[in-house]
Design a protein. Structure first.
Lengths: 298, 113
């Protein structure tokens, strides 16, 4: 049972990006600051209210409920402002205050995927891409990002601000790019998930789904093998073994290594056979030694 | 290898309706099945999305509301795959999630022109 003081940072890691992504999709990417403000205010409200009234039974649902209300209030004030101060001015904001903010799992997933593509846009520098990803997608604080980049808060804040400005100027819409560009972005998204050190179901499920998409656009044996590995982590080794045996990548030592890995712990005799086959196909001494280690560990 | 058309038939009512968890579980099954075919380098393309409403036009200008919902053979969707033979293509279809909700998959070879 997570203590209350650990719960909010924990939820921040997972829920902040979901709320920001959905709000960005709803308001438009040029309103990203507003989306972050609303998400930030929601967590502030949580830390104040839960300290007084205790943690609610469904903390994530509480956060979504409050975020929806804050977003609705913001849109209402925005519409009110435009009508009172500039009557007759057409609001250009995509979402009106009457539209419900959709925080269903499907819309959260779609919004996050779109957000991943938006923040990894080639118009901004690699460091800025990583910074934005860490901030918006991971929910890391500015201090943590500064520490990771071995720099200070001011530099990171400037970098993120410039990146968001650039994206606004380029009028990047949060949309899915065309098939040709998707490859590169999918690979970036996969790499991003691999930076998550802890081995969670969510991480591997995300990697699996990204590979499912990548393979539909462009097949490669490496992607097929990596997808099968992710499948073993997300859906279990048995299912992955069935899929692996359909891959038919004879002559590829990584294929036999994967099969050896999958069988390890389930059928060590088969695992050894596959590792030995892999070793016989391996081209370099380093590869052969690495495979030998796996055999020795059986 | 040739290309094959896979046509999914079933009932719209049998698909997950409102529950987000059910929906997500079903979406995962479809993505994992497609990903498995793609990993074998046998995926060609997804079909276009179809709206559930439809019409059926018959002889003598008769138009009725379709699809054939009473026969449980409503066309839900389609895709194309590559395979060495009709039998192998049918093997690929065995993993289709429509089968878990009482549907079926028709497999047809696309004739080379």
């Amino acid at each position: 049972m997570i203590e209350q003081q650990e719960l909010i940072p924990y939820l921040y890691r997972t829920e902040y990006r979901k709320i920001v992504s959905v709000l960005c999709r709803h308001f438009g990417f040029d309103q990203i600051e507003t989306a972050e403000d609303i998400a930030g205010d929601t967590f502030l409200a949580a830390s104040e209210t839960w300290a007084l009234k205790g943690v609610p039974p469904n903390p994530a649902a509480w956060l979504y409920h409050v975020a929806k209300n804050k977003a609705r209030n913001y849109l209402y004030r925005h519409a009110l402002f435009e009508n009172k101060i500039f009557p007759g001015l057409q609001s250009t904001a995509p979402g009106s205050y009457q539209e419900e903010i959709d925080l269903s799992p499907q819309n959260i997933n779609d919004s996050q995927l779109q957000m991943m593509f938006a923040v990894c846009h080639p118009a901004i520098s690699q460091e800025a891409q990583i910074g934005l990803s860490l901030r918006i997608l991971c929910g890391f604080g500015i201090e943590e990002i500064a520490a990771a980049f071995l720099t200070n808060k001011e530099t990171i804040n400037k970098r993120l601000y410039r990146a968001k400005e650039k994206l606004r100027q380029e009028k990047i819409k949060i949309e899915l790019p065309g098939p040709a560009e998707i490859d590169r972005r999918l690979e970036a998204a996969i790499a991003y998930w691999h930076t998550q050190k802890s081995d969670t179901q969510e991480k591997w499920e995300n990697i699996l789904q990204l590979y499912n998409q990548l393979l539909q656009i462009e097949y490669s044996p490496v992607a097929a093998l990596n997808r099968t590995y992710a499948l073993s982590k997300a859906n279990g080794k048995e299912e992955a073994i069935v899929e692996a045996e359909k891959l038919n990548l004879a002559g590829n030592h990584f294929y036999y290594t994967l099969l050896g890995e999958l069988y390890t712990g389930l059928n060590n005799r088969k695992a050894k056979q596959y590792f030995q086959k892999a070793r016989s196909l391996a081209k370099t001494r380093a590869d052969r030694q690495a495979i030998q280690k796996k055999i020795d560990r059986l | 290898m040739n290309e094959f058309l896979l046509v999914f038939r079933g009932e719209y009512q049998a698909m997950p309706q409102g529950d987000p968890e059910e929906w997500r579980a079903m979406a995962k099954k479809w993505q994992d099945w497609i990903g498995g075919i793609a990993a074998q380098n046998k995926w060609v393309a997804a079909g276009q999305q179809l709206s559930p409403e439809g019409k059926v036009v018959r002889t003598n200008g008769v138009i009725t509301d379709g699809p054939y919902t009473e026969i449980k053979e409503t066309l839900i969707g389609y895709c194309t795959v590559r395979a060495e033979s009709l039998e192998n293509a049918a093997e690929l279809a065995k993993g289709c999630p429509i089968l878990t909700v009482g549907g079926n998959v028709e497999v047809r070879e696309i004739s080379a022109s």
